[in-house]
Design a protein around this ligand. Sequence first.
Ligand code: ASP
Length: 309
Amino acid sequence: MADCDWALALHGGAGTILKEMMTPEREAAYRAGLEAALEAGRKVLADNGTAEDAVVAAVMVLEDDPLFNAGRGAVFTSAGTIEMDAAIMRGSDRAAGAVAGIHTVRNPIRLARQVMEHSPHVMFCGAGAEAFAREQGFEAMPASYFETEHRRNQLREAQKLNQISLDHNDHKYGTVGCVARDCHGNLAAATSTGGMTNKHPGRVGDSPVIGAGTYASNDGAAVSATGHGEAFIRETVARDIAALVQYGCVPLEEAVRRKVLEDLPRISGDGGVIAIAGAGAPVMLFNTPGMYRAALCEGGEAEIGIYGD
Ligand code: ASP
């Protein structure tokens, strides 16, 4: 289809991801996870599906994969509990849905989508979000579904060092996200996370905050972030990138460069973003040593990366 120009990009977190710290088996497992998510998104877009269906399909694969800090395998709070955040935004009408501090929903991104499509609100948190999940027919998963031994060890280590850590800093950021442009030229963004290891219960990061970790507008860009959430909130990273494009200030690549390589480092904000606009290839950029990432454009080859180049 000549006028079909779909594209998508996804991330599985950024941080101190160094080749020397990785075993070949672990690297292969991360690559397989990224490839499976890319394939889930590709299938939707190649079948003429919507950008929001594609980002949800890709993010669900990463939420189900315990290697990534979202859904199953989410990190622990300082109280040894799990509190997950997620958001989705649709670029055509700027509809958005978000959930924060939930602990029983297998795929938080699906609940965020229900908020967007089946409530008059944008964001639900805590007990109210869980109640909404039950109303919408979501099964309550036991804590054991989400918990992994690897994350327990990370919490022990963080508590020993008295640190609140991102999933891949010494393996600390691991939030997942996806941005897509469909055949109709519509954009969408989705982000899902367990947050930061050893975070205070009740702490909410940038991922579910519309304009910070997640944003999409067709006249600007779709953006999903990963990194030190507090800095991304203070820098309104996702909305700034979309606004720079929307108001014709700079092309997407330059907008992303400014936020990730200039504004965030000024306040010690580690992390990266994936972004896509109404035309052209997705942009994936980070100011950390690495970021799990993948991208694909209609008719092109899949690009999968982990380390900095
Ligand atoms: N941005 C997420 C948060 O601060 C963490 C991450 O990207 O891993 O909650």
